[in-house]
Design a protein around this ligand. Sequence first.
Ligand code: ZN
Length: 301
Amino acid sequence: MNLKEKYREFKEWQLRPYQVAPLSQEKHTCATCGTSYQGNYCPRCGQSSRIGRYSLKTAFLLFLDVWGLGNRGMFRSIRDLLLRPGYMIRDYLGGMQMAYFPPFKMFFLLATLSILVNSGLNIRGENQLEQAVQTYERSFDMNIQIIPAEENAAVESGEGKADVELQDRINGSARAFFRFLIDHQTIIELVWLLVLSLPLYVLFRKCPAIPDLFYTEFFVAMVYITNLMNIVSTIFSFFCVDLVIIGLLPPLLSIIALKQLSGYSYLRTIFGLVASFAIISIVVMIIMVLFGVVVGVMMAV
Ligand SMILES: [Zn+2]
C-alpha cells in the first residue's frame, strides 16, 4: 500500500514541470556596475547576484563553465532525462529552455565523454574501442582461415584464386568500413538520427500530447533521447559492464521517453518504432537493389 502511494507520488512528480524558486525581496548592489536591483541577475550588465567572495564552490563552477557546464542545470537535466525523459522534453519544447541543458551541446559533450571513457577512462583502464576493433578483426581472420582450408583444391586450379582474392578485398573494405564507423561515431550517430527521425516523425507528428509537432522539434526530442541512451551506456562503460548484458536497456529507455513525449500507449509507441525501422530497412534494400542493377548494367556494357 505504501509502495503504491510512493509510486503515485512519483508519477505526479514526473508530470510536474520544473518550478523556478520564487524571487526574493532582497536588494543587491552589483559589484561590477553599481546598479541596485532585486533578483538573481543585474538588469544592466548581467552579473549574477550570487557572485561574492571566491569560495571553493565558485571556483568549481567557474571551472565547469570552461567546459560549458556551469549553467543551465546540467545535473537537473541528467536527472530528469533519466527519471522523466518524455515529460522533460515536452517542457523544453514548450519553451522552458533556461531550465534545461541545451540538447546539441549535451550531445557533443557526451560524445567526447564517451570517447574518453571508452578509450581508457574507466575503472579497469581498458581501451574498449580497441577491443571492439580487435574482436571484429579476429572474427574476420577466422573467416579467412576457414576459406583456404576448404577451397585449397580450388585455389590450386586457379579459378578459386580469384575467389579468395575477391574475398580478401571484401574483407579489407569491411575492415576499413568498421574502422571508419568507430572513428566517426558522433557524425554517424547524427546522420542516423536524421534518417531515423524521418519515418518516426511521420508516425508521431499527430500524437495526442503535441498534436502540431514540427519536424525540427521532433529532431530536438530525438537528440535528447539519444543523450539519455548515451548517458546510460557511458555509465555502464565506465564500470566496464558488458554491453551484451545491458544492451536492451537503452532501447527500452527510448521507448519510455517516446511514450511520455507523445502521449501514445506503449503498444502504439512500439508499433511506431518497429514500423520506422521496417521502412528504413525496405528503403535501404531498394537502394541496394538499384545499385546492384546499375553496377550490373555497367558491367554488361
Ligand atoms: Zn551590474
